[in-house]
Design a protein. Sequence first.
Length: 199
Amino acid sequence: KGKTEETEAVEDASNTLGDGVYLVMADDTNTAVLYRPGMQLMAEEISRCIGIGVKQGGRSLTVSLRDAADGDTELTTQKGGSRFITGYHDAVADWDGEAGTADLREILHPNIKLGENEYIPSLGQLYYILAHFREINEALNAVGGDPLQDLWYWSSTEYSATIAWYLYLYYGGAYGYAKASGQGRVRVVSAFLPLAVNL
Protein backbone atom coordinates (compact mmCIF):
# COMPACT_ATOMS: atom_id res chain seq x y z
CA LYS A 1 0.00 0.00 0.00
CA GLY A 2 1.51 3.34 -1.03
CA LYS A 3 2.30 6.08 1.43
CA THR A 4 1.00 9.62 1.11
CA GLU A 5 3.42 12.55 1.00
CA GLU A 6 2.15 13.61 4.45
CA THR A 7 2.81 10.14 5.94
CA GLU A 8 6.31 10.09 4.46
CA ALA A 9 7.00 13.57 5.87
CA VAL A 10 5.90 12.50 9.36
CA GLU A 11 8.00 9.31 9.17
CA ASP A 12 11.03 11.29 7.95
CA ALA A 13 10.62 13.70 10.86
CA SER A 14 10.36 10.86 13.39
CA ASN A 15 13.57 9.35 12.06
CA THR A 16 15.41 12.61 12.83
CA LEU A 17 14.37 12.61 16.49
CA GLY A 18 17.12 11.76 18.95
CA ASP A 19 16.82 8.97 21.47
CA GLY A 20 14.74 9.89 24.48
CA VAL A 21 11.34 10.14 26.10
CA TYR A 22 8.81 12.49 24.51
CA LEU A 23 5.44 13.99 25.35
CA VAL A 24 3.17 13.24 22.38
CA MET A 25 0.76 16.12 21.88
CA ALA A 26 -2.64 15.93 20.19
CA ASP A 27 -2.85 18.21 17.18
CA ASP A 28 -2.93 17.86 13.39
CA THR A 29 0.41 16.03 13.28
CA ASN A 30 0.88 14.66 16.83
CA THR A 31 3.95 16.70 17.68
CA ALA A 32 6.50 15.43 20.19
CA VAL A 33 8.24 17.41 22.90
CA LEU A 34 11.43 15.99 24.38
CA TYR A 35 10.77 15.41 28.06
CA ARG A 36 13.38 16.71 30.46
CA PRO A 37 13.04 15.83 34.17
CA GLY A 38 11.68 18.76 36.14
CA MET A 39 10.52 20.71 33.08
CA GLN A 40 7.68 23.12 33.74
CA LEU A 41 4.55 22.45 31.71
CA MET A 42 1.56 24.71 31.28
CA ALA A 43 -1.93 23.34 31.94
CA GLU A 44 -2.76 23.57 28.22
CA GLU A 45 0.29 21.47 27.34
CA ILE A 46 -0.62 18.86 29.94
CA SER A 47 -4.20 18.67 28.63
CA ARG A 48 -2.93 18.13 25.04
CA CYS A 49 -0.61 15.25 25.96
CA ILE A 50 -2.00 11.93 24.68
CA GLY A 51 0.91 9.61 25.40
CA ILE A 52 4.55 9.13 26.24
CA GLY A 53 6.78 8.41 23.26
CA VAL A 54 9.99 6.45 23.69
CA LYS A 55 12.68 6.25 21.00
CA GLN A 56 15.94 4.36 21.17
CA GLY A 57 17.86 3.54 18.03
CA GLY A 58 15.49 2.05 15.48
CA ARG A 59 12.81 1.19 18.07
CA SER A 60 9.99 3.46 19.20
CA LEU A 61 6.44 3.40 20.52
CA THR A 62 3.95 5.56 22.38
CA VAL A 63 2.69 4.41 25.79
CA SER A 64 -0.87 5.42 26.69
CA LEU A 65 -1.48 7.59 29.74
CA ARG A 66 -3.65 5.01 31.51
CA ASP A 67 -4.34 1.29 31.62
CA ALA A 68 -6.84 -0.02 29.07
CA ALA A 69 -8.99 -1.60 31.79
CA ASP A 70 -9.98 -0.46 35.25
CA GLY A 71 -7.55 -2.60 37.25
CA ASP A 72 -6.80 -6.25 36.59
CA THR A 73 -8.67 -8.10 33.86
CA GLU A 74 -8.69 -11.27 31.82
CA LEU A 75 -7.11 -10.89 28.39
CA THR A 76 -9.82 -12.78 26.49
CA THR A 77 -13.31 -14.14 26.99
CA GLN A 78 -12.45 -17.62 25.67
CA LYS A 79 -9.66 -19.69 24.19
CA GLY A 80 -8.64 -19.03 20.62
CA GLY A 81 -6.12 -17.29 18.43
CA SER A 82 -3.59 -18.71 16.00
CA ARG A 83 -0.36 -16.72 16.33
CA PHE A 84 1.48 -18.83 18.90
CA ILE A 85 5.09 -18.40 20.08
CA THR A 86 6.16 -21.05 22.59
CA GLY A 87 9.89 -20.44 22.95
CA TYR A 88 11.00 -17.79 25.46
CA HIS A 89 13.67 -16.26 23.23
CA ASP A 90 11.31 -16.13 20.26
CA ALA A 91 8.63 -14.52 22.43
CA VAL A 92 11.08 -11.88 23.70
CA ALA A 93 12.03 -11.13 20.08
CA ASP A 94 8.36 -10.58 19.15
CA TRP A 95 7.95 -6.88 18.34
CA ASP A 96 4.62 -7.11 16.50
CA GLY A 97 1.99 -6.16 19.05
CA GLU A 98 -0.31 -5.02 16.26
CA ALA A 99 -0.42 -8.52 14.74
CA GLY A 100 -0.84 -10.12 18.16
CA THR A 101 -3.71 -7.81 19.05
CA ALA A 102 -5.37 -8.40 15.68
CA ASP A 103 -5.22 -12.15 16.38
CA LEU A 104 -6.97 -11.62 19.73
CA ARG A 105 -9.42 -8.92 18.70
CA GLU A 106 -12.53 -11.14 18.25
CA ILE A 107 -12.09 -12.75 21.68
CA LEU A 108 -10.56 -9.78 23.54
CA HIS A 109 -12.15 -9.15 26.94
CA PRO A 110 -14.62 -6.21 26.75
CA ASN A 111 -12.93 -4.60 29.79
CA ILE A 112 -9.98 -3.76 27.52
CA LYS A 113 -10.69 -0.49 25.76
CA LEU A 114 -8.56 0.14 22.68
CA GLY A 115 -8.50 3.55 21.05
CA GLU A 116 -7.93 4.15 17.36
CA ASN A 117 -4.55 2.74 16.29
CA GLU A 118 -3.86 1.36 19.79
CA TYR A 119 -2.79 -2.20 20.48
CA ILE A 120 -1.59 -4.43 23.29
CA PRO A 121 2.22 -4.54 23.30
CA SER A 122 4.02 -7.74 22.40
CA LEU A 123 6.35 -9.33 24.95
CA GLY A 124 9.35 -7.70 23.25
CA GLN A 125 7.64 -4.31 23.43
CA LEU A 126 6.87 -4.83 27.13
CA TYR A 127 10.58 -5.48 27.77
CA TYR A 128 11.31 -2.23 25.89
CA ILE A 129 8.87 -0.42 28.19
CA LEU A 130 10.53 -2.04 31.21
CA ALA A 131 13.94 -0.81 30.03
CA HIS A 132 12.54 2.76 30.15
CA PHE A 133 10.30 2.23 33.20
CA ARG A 134 11.63 5.10 35.33
CA GLU A 135 11.72 7.68 32.52
CA ILE A 136 8.23 6.76 31.32
CA ASN A 137 6.84 7.04 34.84
CA GLU A 138 8.50 10.43 35.38
CA ALA A 139 6.86 11.73 32.21
CA LEU A 140 3.51 10.14 33.10
CA ASN A 141 3.57 11.84 36.50
CA ALA A 142 4.44 15.19 34.88
CA VAL A 143 1.34 15.12 32.67
CA GLY A 144 -1.10 13.58 35.18
CA GLY A 145 -1.03 10.09 33.69
CA ASP A 146 -1.16 6.90 35.73
CA PRO A 147 2.32 5.50 36.34
CA LEU A 148 3.13 1.93 35.40
CA GLN A 149 2.93 -0.38 38.41
CA ASP A 150 5.43 -2.92 39.76
CA LEU A 151 2.89 -5.58 38.76
CA TRP A 152 2.43 -7.87 35.78
CA TYR A 153 1.06 -6.79 32.43
CA TRP A 154 -0.46 -8.85 29.65
CA SER A 155 1.29 -8.98 26.29
CA SER A 156 -0.35 -9.78 22.97
CA THR A 157 2.20 -12.55 22.42
CA GLU A 158 0.30 -15.84 22.69
CA TYR A 159 1.75 -19.15 23.81
CA SER A 160 -1.29 -21.23 22.84
CA ALA A 161 -5.06 -21.08 22.40
CA THR A 162 -5.43 -20.83 26.18
CA ILE A 163 -2.22 -19.10 27.35
CA ALA A 164 -0.53 -15.74 26.66
CA TRP A 165 2.78 -14.33 27.84
CA TYR A 166 2.92 -11.64 30.49
CA LEU A 167 5.75 -9.60 32.01
CA TYR A 168 6.26 -8.74 35.67
CA LEU A 169 7.51 -5.14 35.67
CA TYR A 170 8.86 -5.52 39.22
CA TYR A 171 11.75 -7.77 38.22
CA GLY A 172 11.39 -8.65 34.54
CA GLY A 173 10.07 -12.20 34.81
CA ALA A 174 8.06 -13.40 31.80
CA TYR A 175 5.57 -16.24 32.16
CA GLY A 176 2.49 -17.72 30.52
CA TYR A 177 -0.98 -17.54 32.04
CA ALA A 178 -4.53 -18.51 31.09
CA LYS A 179 -5.93 -15.74 28.88
CA ALA A 180 -9.56 -16.23 29.86
CA SER A 181 -9.07 -16.54 33.63
CA GLY A 182 -5.80 -14.80 34.56
CA GLN A 183 -6.15 -11.32 36.01
CA GLY A 184 -3.52 -8.82 34.87
CA ARG A 185 -3.08 -5.24 33.76
CA VAL A 186 -3.08 -3.95 30.19
CA ARG A 187 -1.24 -0.80 29.08
CA VAL A 188 -1.76 -0.21 25.39
CA VAL A 189 0.67 1.41 22.99
CA SER A 190 0.63 2.94 19.52
CA ALA A 191 3.12 3.92 16.84
CA PHE A 192 5.45 6.86 17.53
CA LEU A 193 5.49 8.98 14.36
CA PRO A 194 5.26 12.61 15.51
CA LEU A 195 6.91 15.84 14.46
CA ALA A 196 9.38 17.27 16.99
CA VAL A 197 8.99 20.69 18.63
CA ASN A 198 10.82 22.41 21.46
CA LEU A 199 9.16 24.06 24.46
